[in-house]
Design a protein around this ligand. Structure first.
Ligand SMILES: Cc1cc2nc3c(=O)[nH]c(=O)nc-3n(C[C@H](O)[C@H](O)[C@H](O)COP(=O)(O)OP(=O)(O)OC[C@H]3O[C@@H](n4cnc5c(N)ncnc54)[C@H](O)[C@@H]3O)c2cc1C
Ligand SMILES: NC(=O)c1ccc[n+]([C@@H]2O[C@H](COP(=O)([O-])OP(=O)(O)OC[C@H]3O[C@@H](n4cnc5c(N)ncnc54)[C@H](OP(=O)(O)O)[C@@H]3O)[C@@H](O)[C@H]2O)c1
Length: 275
């Protein structure tokens, strides 16, 4: 096993919907990361209580039970937390999440403690523009929650817009957490209105939420109107995370609005695709 791989223990689990859950694990003392980064998590089904307590079919046992399966996972929690939190989809036939969905408190997972990824605010060169826009679909919310629990993010920007798109209201996870961040960090920086949260629910009408996809909302100016601020090349950093089709289509919409990709610290747009 690689030197970087450590065993961590599941400390809590929150189920949002049959296809979405969050969990926390113990944090190894030496593990450091920057808000926005991801790690590789590993599961060996034979270490999950579910499989120890359940009679598994010969087919499952033959194919999966002895193998560690690793996948990239963004960290939800702040770099200063004692535990590490993750937010996960369940893909019914997915090699990783079809196993991970069964995890219970006390189970052990593998954590590769080498953090990866450049969807961090450190990628942007100073001087910083006024505003930060964080645009997510589904579990792509995770890195933004980590950034929003870092006081520096709040100190560095005048406005922070978080637009978060899910198919249905029940899949719009972490809304209470976002509201408490608005309140708690808003108070710390003496500006309760700094974080502008824009929920988007695309497959059912929900009062207070927008209902169109992000590129359309941007091109029509609906998102900017809802935020109450302009989105332009001089005033804005934009980060996109989640569904690769959303990332591609939104990137194109932003380019149409005059924004440019961030390279070597300069430019507006930074992205992370989840598959
Ligand atoms: C940098 C990075 C960070 C990631 N962070 C997270 C995270 O924080 N939470 C998380 O749940 N996943 C995250 N993923 C995706 C994750 O690595 C796995 O793909 C996911 O756990 C599914 O694994 P699987 O083996 O069950 O299915 P896979 O075989 O990996 O995927 C099968 C299909 O499921 C769909 N899919 C995969 N991941 C997602 C997702 N997150 N949301 C919606 N559909 C998806 C895609 O259509 C994909 O082709 C991240 C991926 C990358 C590259
Ligand atoms: N969510 C479920 O009920 C469900 C159930 C079973 C399996 N799954 C599987 O889970 C995966 C998807 O899960 P998910 O719902 O978290 O992710 P998702 O399909 O990425 O949907 C999340 C949000 O992203 C939006 N979106 C998708 N493509 C976009 C684009 N090109 N531009 C802008 N916005 C875009 C969706 O809008 P739209 O609604 O307009 O697409 C939705 O609001 C798929 O593999 C799916 O088969 C999901």
């Amino acid at each position: 096993m690689s030197d970087n791989i450590q065993t961590v223990t599941v400390l809590s689990k929150t189920t949002w919907t049959p296809n979405l859950f969050s969990f926390t694990v113990s944090r190894p003392d030496s593990f450091k990361f920057t808000a926005g980064q991801f790690v590789r998590l590993g599961v060996n089904p034979s270490q999950l209580k579910y499989y120890q307590q359940t009679e598994v079919s010969d087919e499952t046992a033959d194919t999966a039970l002895d193998e560690d399966v690793f996948r990239a996972y963004s960290i939800v929690s702040s770099p200063f937390d004692e535990v590490i939190e993750f937010f996960s989809i369940v893909i019914p036939d997915g090699a990783f999440t079809s196993q991970l969905q069964h995890l219970q408190v006390g189970d052990e997972l593998l954590l590769n403690t080498m953090p990866f990824g450049f969807l961090t605010l450190a990628r942007y060169q100073k001087p910083l523009p006024k505003d930060l826009w964080l645009l997510a679909t589904g579990t792509g919310l995770a890195p933004f929650l980590s950034m929003l629990q870092d006081l520096k993010t709040w100190e560095d920007y005048e406005h922070i817009v978080l637009a978060y798109s899910a198919r249905s209201l029940d899949e719009l996870a972490y809304v209470e957490k976002i509201e408490s961040l608005q309140e708690d960090f808003g108070m710390l920086v003496d500006n309760p209105a700094k974080l502008i949260f824009i929920p988007i629910v695309t497959r059912e009408p929900v009062e207070g939420a927008l209902s169109e996809r992000l590129p359309k909302l941007l091109l029509e100016g609906t998102l900017q109107a809802r935020a109450g601020i302009a989105l332009d090349i001089d005033s804005t950093h934009v980060m996109l995370c989640g569904n690769p089709d959303m990332v591609e289509d939104t990137k194109e919409a932003l380019k149409t609005l005059g924004l440019v990709m961030n390279r070597r610290g300069e430019g507006n747009i930074a992205v992370e695709n989840y598959w």
